[in-house]
Ligand binder design. Structure first.
Ligand code: COA
Length: 255
């Protein structure tokens, strides 16, 4: 199954809020802490651009404002799109001034996560990982452990998002195994996550410049495909706004 992905940084997010709909602006205004507001905004921006690009919509602010992303009671995001009857699947992560969105034009269980490589104490390993995962960790040279633990943790969070429960579930109810195989040309390597109840997710991970990205889905995902994103600011200069211009193209699915 094809899964697309996109990362954006804080500097990519417009200063204005004209790409958010009224409900989203109200939600954003309700956050107390500046960090949460910034993370949420970056995540929403990344998801809207990813969804629009996947559907081959332009990424102008007023088009993105027609995509409403809201939280379901579990915290999982859902998107309301005009004229699109088939719900797509997507997942959001934000960390350290960067955000990631994985999106599939077909409804499926899908989770993604972004982590940074950072030192972790021994208690982190014993508290959050299964005995099998802890055994895997001991086989990794100490210098490589922060990256390896980041990979295991990120894949867990991806699976917990794909299940739709997040950290309401015990992190030891999902067990991650990196699979053998050379990374593909974009640096993605395969992994598997076994969950309680015999559910199994397959997915991918990559480590670039200290950022770990993971994606899992059911059905099994092909190697994630990076979404090509045009700079909407440059597009607006090339194609200045006119009243006759189509603001929204009919929903199409990236192939
Ligand atoms: C999902 C979760 C594991 C992600 O935590 P995280 O690694 O700190 O944050 P990430 O940036 O990677 O992911 C956050 C995004 O996950 C998504 N998400 C949140 N809950 C989700 C759920 N139940 N299922 C799928 N995705 C979820 C949201 O899009 C969220 O971003 P947003 O709130 O800005 O829209 C965690 O937020 C969680 O468990 N939330 C649900 C339960 C909860 O709120 N518990 C309170 C703390 S234990």
């Amino acid at each position: 199954m094809r899964v697309y992905w996109l990362t954006q940084a804080a500097k990519d997010v417009p200063l204005t809020n004209d790409w958010l709909c009224a409900e989203e602006i109200s939600c954003w205004n309700g956050f107390r802490f500046a960090k949460r507001r910034a993370d949420w905004r970056l995540g929403r921006w990344t998801a809207k651009v990813a969804i629009a690009t996947c559907l081959r919509w332009p990424t102008y602010p007023r088009v993105l404002a027609q995509i409403e992303i809201r939280a379901t009671p579990s915290g999982a995001p859902e998107a309301l799109l005009p004229g699109l009857t088939t719900p797509l699947a997507f997942s959001i992560s934000h960390r350290a001034g960067a955000a990631m969105c994985a999106v599939s034009p077909i409804r499926m269980k899908l989770g993604c996560d972004l982590e940074i490589v950072e030192p972790r104490g021994d208690a982190f390993v014993t508290d959050y990982f299964t005995p099998e995962e802890q055994c895997l960790v001991t086989r990794v040279p100490r210098a490589d452990r922060p990256a390896f633990l980041g990979l295991l943790w990120s894949a867990k969070e991806s699976a917990l998002k794909a299940i739709g429960q997040g950290l309401r579930l015990d992190t030891r109810s999902v067990a991650v195994t990196p699979l053998d195989g050379q990374p593909d040309v974009s640096g993605w390597s395969p992994l598997r996550v076994r969950c309680a109840g015999n559910q199994v997710f397959y997915g991918w991970w990559r480590n670039t410049h200290g950022f770990l990205h993971t994606v899992v889905s059911d059905p099994d995902p092909e190697c994630p495909i990076a979404l090509p994103v045009s700079d909407y600011r440059r597009d607006l200069i090339d194609f200045p706004d006119t009243s006759s211009r189509n603001e929204r193209v009919p929903a199409k699915i990236a192939s």
